[in-house]
Design a protein around this ligand. Structure first.
Ligand code: ZN
Length: 165
């Protein structure tokens, strides 16, 4: 495993539609391992392959409740419901946050590192995270959904409110 460099907003690789993963080989295994290690080191909630410069449909997401990582290869959202609005950040847009409205619940179909299909569902933060990471695979960033970044005071307020609930 190795840490990879996370590219930042403005780089071309964050604007490209990624290609499906077709070969479930050692190269994919090391990509997923590196995504996990890089995400753990950065302390984020999710990381997509294009964020480390690899234009393939693969990402990793942390389940905030179990603190386990979920690997998603060729993921697609198969159902969604409800709505939530809350602060969202991105390792490719460091130190910034914006309010984004997402579904409250999503169900995702994806392959694992062996190519086996599975489905996983998420609510709240996990649903937000699935939506955010899957968007990266189509060349989109959360910043396309916001009018402005939150101020430091607003960010502080949102997170202190979350701790209370
Ligand atoms: Zn992101």
């Amino acid at each position: 495993m190795a840490l990879r460099k996370i590219v930042e907003q403005g780089e071309d690789c964050l604007k490209k539609v990624c290609r499906p993963v077709t070969e479930f080989n050692p190269r994919l295994v090391s990509l997923l391992d590196d995504l996990l290690e890089t995400l753990a080191e950065a302390g984020g909630a999710g990381l997509a392959a294009p964020q480390v410069g690899v234009l393939r449909r693969a990402c990793v997401v942390m389940d905030d409740e179990t603190e386990e990582y979920i690997e998603l290869v060729n993921p697609e959202i198969v159902s969604r419901s409800g709505e939530q609005t809350g602060p969202e950040g991105c390792l490719s847009v460091p130190g910034k946050w914006g309010l984004v409205t997402r579904p409250q619940y999503v169900r995702v179909r994806a392959q694992d590192r062996n190519g086996d299909w599975f489905e996983v569902e998420g609510e709240g933060l996990l649903a937000r995270c699935f939506c955010h990471e899957l968007e990266h695979l189509d060349g989109h960033l959360y910043t396309e959904h916001i009018d402005r970044f939150l101020t430091d005071a607003e960010v502080e307020e949102y997170f202190s409110r979350e701790e209370e609930t």
